[in-house]
Design a binder for this molecule. Structure first.
Ligand code: PMP
Length: 365
């Protein structure tokens, strides 16, 4: 059984390569494996060895622009098990577009979105054929799918071998997947503003590139060390407006009943969950705004706060601490609107609610 968000690379993987003739070539590979049950019964050390083999790609050069200078980008998306035994992927076309944007943002040849979507579907289906997939459990629904499992697909770019600063001209796009298990909420899902700066104007904050995650990880670690679950970034210029979390977007339900999320610019990652929640909220008749929102307004006016991202879907935030002042939201519990949005999103993903926006994509099996 997969634990939280840990890596156990599934056997069926994908590699595409951009060639000198300007074309992408691709291959699917079946890495060494036993059956899932046999692997789970293996002695820990043997199992580690096997998983290490699956996470090794001797065809990829170790020293390159990606490993040395962070010139790479990636995506993260999930396939959800359904009651009828199938797996469906949430909005892979959106991840495909964002990957294309990220690669262009790094001046690389961009990976065609159609190839991306097809490859994701085949990776998920291929692993299912080999027995590496999550099985729907009706118990999950009782807990709002907070303990639901999924298959997480991680596509990423990887440059050709090189030393010295440069741009990848002949990149690979690799896709691996891993099971993700129950997402455990922190005991206290609290957040604190950080004085670190994730992104500045005219930088790379708007794409999903490797380099953005250095500061984000450091800020989150600092927040964790102070006893908070998440770090919240403020804008780099005024140090006043809320931007996002370490790897999630953020929403505020204000006392006037409006739902507000920071507007996108060139410093915030356009989350696919964010976009979906805006659509669900508007469909539910909630006044939803994308605009600048100052931390002081949040502290005085917010009554529910939640963050969004592929990993957790929606996670409520019980309090925010900023410069020593703490505001608590909804007595530290998930609010009604946040809960409604959460069960709608997860219901669509696990097939318990109608997919009224046409977001879920079948994988051919
Ligand atoms: N912001 C950042 C910085 C992220 O890394 C992520 C996760 N991809 C998100 C927001 C949420 O994006 P999504 O909903 O597409 O997962």
């Amino acid at each position: 059984m997969p634990k939280g968000f840990t890596l156990e690379v599934n056997p069926f993987v994908y590699l595409a390569k951009y060639n000198e003739d300007g074309k992408w070539t691709q291959e699917f590979k079946e890495k060494p494996h036993l059956s899932k049950d046999e692997e789970e019964a293996m002695p820990a050390e043997k199992r580690m060895e096997l998983l290490h083999q699956r996470n090794s790609f001797p065809e990829l050069p170790l020293v390159n622009y990606t490993t040395q200078y962070g010139m790479g980008c990636f995506e993260g998306l999930k396939a959800f098990p359904q009651k009828n035994g199938s797996l469906r992927v949430f909005r892979p076309d959106e991840n495909a577009k964002r990957m294309e944007t990220s690669m262009k943002g790094l001046y690389m040849p961009a990976f065609p979105p159609e190839m991306f979507v097809e490859a994701v579907k085949k990776v998920v289906a291929g692993n299912k054929r080999l027995g590496f997939y999550p099985v729907y459990d009706p118990e999950w629904e009782k807990e709002d799918f907070n303990f639901g499992h999924a298959s997480y697909v991680r596509p990423f770019s990887y440059s050709e071998g090189a030393i010295g600063l440069g741009i990848a001209r002949f990149p690979w796009v690799v896709m691996v997947s891993t099971g993700v298990g129950a997402y455990f909420m922190a005991d206290k899902p609290s957040a604190v503003t950080t004085n670190m700066i994730r992104a500045n104007h005219n930088g790379t904050g708007w794409i999903k590139c490797d380099a953005n995650y250095v500061v984000a990880t450091l800020a989150k670690k600092q927040a964790n060390a102070q006893g908070f679950m998440e770090a919240i970034f403020l804008d780099a210029c005024d140090r006043k407006y809320v931007e996002e979390g370490s790897s999630c977007n953020i929403f505020f339900l204000l006392n006037d009943g409006s739902l507000v999320t920071p507007e996108l610019g060139d410093t915030i990652l356009p989350g696919i969950t964010r976009k979906s929640i805006i659509q669900i909220a508007r469909d539910m008749g909630i006044k939803t705004e994308e605009r600048k929102i100052a931390i002081e307004e949040v502290l005085s006016e917010a009554k529910e706060v939640f963050v969004t991202g592929t990993a957790a879907g929606i996670s409520y935030i019980d309090s925010i601490t900023h410069e020593g002042k703490t505001a608590e939201f909804n007595n530290g519990k998930i609010g009604d609107i946040s809960h409604e949005l959460l069960i709608t999103l997860k219901g669509i993903q696990y097939g318990a609610k109608e997919d009224k926006f046409g977001w879920m994509v079948d994988v051919e099996e």
